[in-house]
Design a protein around this ligand. Structure first.
Ligand code: AQP
Length: 343
């Protein structure tokens, strides 16, 4: 029995499958920065490019999106000295551990993942094997650092439960307590930011409609236009949060406001009760521009020196491998792989 004391460590990733959205920022990245700045736990953040290719990515676009995502992390407040910041494909231990986890996870578990069902749709015969196995790679991303805390948006809850199941099954199968059972951190006013065109759909980088999302690269005019055109209902804002229950688009805009202003939906309603959207939307647009425009400008500045971004990613990958390599070696020992003498 190999007993390991798991020191608290934060890991999370974002796919370079398009530009960063307001959903990624409010649901994930803003929280990453808070955790980094709190300084209670080491923080590791990854551009999960191996995940991105589970659906087709044009190579030049993927390379650009990975660098731009790195610029987004830094512009939002991730300090590559304080946190480890890198892209997944430069740390081969992720894919190596994922293979072990592919052999631990059960087909039935994977088939129940709603993201698989949504993304594969009716044409699952034609979906990639990687898309089906995605949650095992995600479990490996976390476990290769023995991470204990994983900040994510609401949509990743089911995948994290699966990561816990994989860790528990591995530990049981090999009679060890080697992999930690992770804690999801799903917190804040905007753990599920919805599309600006349809309050029942998550805001997503891969939504065909650009008007459905705010991109972190959007300029002030684009942000204001998208908020002005966001779908709403004709009623004014209610005087309590309960009054938003059956109004998904109105609720979404209130939650976005609350998250951007670092307050609660209750406080937003208290300040804006009875307002028509013709009044509320311009206030929201001003707030969004004030918060997002500096990030967008800083991203553009950082993207002027991609060599520097590549150096940051390379250095981050070296630091990540210092943690990942020994954990993979121990995993191989537990599983029964033969190693070269002295390796
Ligand atoms: N709309 C959202 N609201 C709150 N959080 C969100 N996240 C994504 N969309 C929202 C959180 O952002 C982190 C990174 O997500 P990801 O890029 O790895 O994958 P995703 O969840 O599949 O995001 P997208 O934008 O929908 O990407 P595509 O379109 O490529 O599938 C995660 O913590 C996620 O919860």
């Amino acid at each position: 029995m190999t007993d390991v004391v798991h020191t608290p460590r934060v890991f999370s990733g974002i796919q370079p499958s398009g530009g960063l959205t307001l959903g990624n920022y409010l649901g994930a990245m803003k929280r990453f920065v808070q955790l980094q700045d709190a300084g209670d736990m080491p923080t590791i953040f990854c551009m999960v490019d191996l995940h991105a290719i589970t659906v087709w990515q044009e190579p030049a676009r993927l390379r650009h999106a990975t660098r731009e995502l790195c610029a987004g992390f830094i512009a939002a407040g991730i300090d590559p000295e304080k946190s480890i910041l890198f892209n997944q494909s430069q740390v081969p231990e992720h894919a190596q551990l994922a293979w072990i986890f592919n052999c631990v996870a059960r087909m039935g578990w994977m088939g129940r993942m709603t993201q698989w069902k949504d993304k594969a749709g009716k044409n699952s015969e034609n979906a990639s094997l990687g898309l089906f196995a995605y949650p095992a790679l995600m479990a490996a991303d976390i476990m290769i650092y023995h991470a204990t805390h994983v900040p994510v948006g609401e949509d990743q809850k089911q995948h994290l439960e699966l990561a816990r199941d994989i860790a528990i099954k591995f530990n049981n199968d090999y009679d060890v307590s080697f992999f930690p059972v992770v804690e999801p951190l799903i917190e804040g006013a905007a753990t599920r930011v919805m599309s600006l065109r349809d309050g029942s759909k998550k805001m997503s980088k891969s939504d065909p409609s650009d008007m459905s999302r705010i991109n972190l690269t959007d300029d002030a005019d684009a942000i204001a236009r998208k908020i002005r055109k966001a779908k709403t209902d004709p009623a004014p804002l209610p005087d309590s949060v309960e009054g938003l229950a059956d109004r998904p688009e109105a609720r979404n805009l209130v939650n976005i406001y609350a998250a951007l202003a670092d307050t609660t939906a209750e406080a937003v309603i208290a300040d804006h009760a009875g307002q028509q959207f013709g009044t509320f939307k311009p206030s929201l647009a001003d707030l969004a521009v004030a918060k997002l425009d500096p990030i967008s400008r800083e991203m553009a500045r950082l993207m002027q020196d991609v060599d520097q971004i590549d150096r940051i990613l390379g250095r981050g990958a070296e630091r990540a491998r210092e943690i990942a390599a020994p954990i993979l070696a121990q995993t191989y020992d537990i599983v029964g792989m033969v190693r070269a003498q002295g390796a």
